[in-house]
Design a protein around this ligand. Structure first.
Ligand code: SAH
Length: 218
């Protein structure tokens, strides 16, 4: 008998209990999405058995998929209810987009690395993630034709908050992104309100570099 699916479902439940709920994530939509999203399908064959571990994993091209807790924390900070159109910068493996797609109406995700872009677009097709749309471009410029977005998540660390992303944020919208130096950043939450922009520092983190016109140079 093939008990693989059960094994992964059990690992996922343990991941959500021990790494996510135990550390204070309470949003039921985030908890449900992370209990469902098959993280092991977004990593290479060799990494499948480590997919639900409490650490980031390499995804090729010098990039990494964040630790599950960071994904949960960033997603919770977007304060999603289910109806949103969300923009993600840094598609990478596609796992963060898959988590978002199980919560919201539509996910727009941009990747600047062509190899990762093609590979992940194929995976979304194969796994039938029909509410994720992908784009190969510099995400620091946003996706003007599809904006404004209810929420924006940047999964690479920038040297500043890209102005086009703030412009493309809907009134009342939230943007979460790491900003800082090459090796460590602060996770920032930006909110667009009638009275202007507010920025909250959520604490230290480490991400690969956001490279582009409104990010780090190549
Ligand atoms: N969200 C991803 C994390 C990938 S790591 C996941 O769940 O796996 C960050 C990704 O951001 C890398 O794939 C990198 O190529 C991409 N990236 C860096 N700068 C970018 C930019 N300006 N626009 C789009 N993608 C970018």
């Amino acid at each position: 008998m093939n008990d693989e699916p059960n094994k992964f479902a059990r690992w996922r439940r343990e991941m959500v209990e021990n790494q996510i709920i135990a550390r204070g994530v309470t949003d039921p939509l985030v908890i449900r999405a992370m209990t469902q999203a098959p993280r092991h399908l977004f990593v290479s064959e060799a990494m499948v058995d480590s997919a639900y571990g409490d650490f980031p994993l390499p995804i090729g091209e010098g990039q990494t998929i964040s630790q599950p807790f960071i994904i949960a924390e960033m997603t919770q900070r977007l304060e999603l209810t289910g109806f949103e159109r969300v923009l993600e910068i840094g598609t990478g493996s596609g796992y963060q987009a898959a988590v978002l797609s199980q919560i919201v109406y539509k996910v727009y995700t941009i990747e600047r690395n062509n190899t990762l872009f093609l590979q992940t677009r194929k995976l979304f097709d194969r796994l039938k993630y029909h509410n994720i749309v992908t784009r190969y471009s510099d995400g620091t410029q946003g996706w003007k034709q599809e904006g404004p977005f209810d929420a924006i998540i940047v999964t690479a660390g920038g040297n500043q908050i890209p102005a086009p992303l703030v412009e493309q944020l809907a009134m009342g919208g939230r943007l979460v992104m790491p900003v800082g130096g090459h090796h460590s950043q602060e996770l920032l939450k930006v909110e667009k309100t009638e009275n202007g922009i507010t920025t909250t520092n959520l604490g230290g983190c480490r991400f690969v570099k956001l490279i582009g016109q409104h990010g780090w140079p190549e």
